[in-house]
Write a protein that binds this ligand. Structure first.
Ligand SMILES: [Zn+2]
Length: 154
């Protein structure tokens, strides 16, 4: 359990890069480790370009193509979520617990939000008989104050 910048507890799917890679059934490389570490430390839902910029701090020789490959592998294995907001570049989220996103239209900030404890999507939406929700991909739009993002890098 980690605490996100808003002080709320956020369940990251794993604490370690090694665990994620093992779960994906792929070989751990220095490049994959760097990319996963960046993702696990990022609460701002970075783009691939931002992941690349941050991964270079950990592994200076890493290439953008390698970063893309690694992200693709992790997304294909559902170890990270790929998010699409309008026509902007894809953003990535390592939180695989059910949650939704709030997008700030002005700043493009994105944060995770979870349903209140004990509440399920079935409680919130008028769903036709027999419809069961397996995951949530909708997002909310609003304003996100600066203090929500104070610990977020770059
Ligand atoms: Zn998220």
């Amino acid at each position: 359990m980690h605490t996100d910048p808003t002080g709320k507890k956020v369940t990251r799917c794993t604490a370690t890069a090694a665990f994620m890679v093992r779960k994906a059934g792929v070989r751990m490389t220095r490049q994959r480790r760097a990319v996963i570490e960046v993702l696990l430390q990022s609460y701002d839902h970075p783009t691939a370009a931002q992941i690349y910029e941050r991964a270079k701090d950990i592994l200076p020789g890493i290439s953008l193509a390698t970063v893309y490959n690694c992200i693709e592998t992790l997304a294909a294995e559902k170890l990270i979520n790929q998010l699409h907001f309008d026509n902007g570049p894809c953003r990535f989220c390592p939180n695989v617990e059910p949650h939704m996103h709030v997008l700030d239209d002005e700043t493009n900030r994105v944060i995770d939000v979870q349903l209140k404890e004990g509440v399920t999507p079935e409680d919130v939406f008028e769903l036709p008989e027999g419809v069961h929700i397996k995951s949530m991909e909708a997002y909310l739009r609003g304003e996100i104050p600066d203090n929500c993002m104070s610990e977020i890098k770059k």
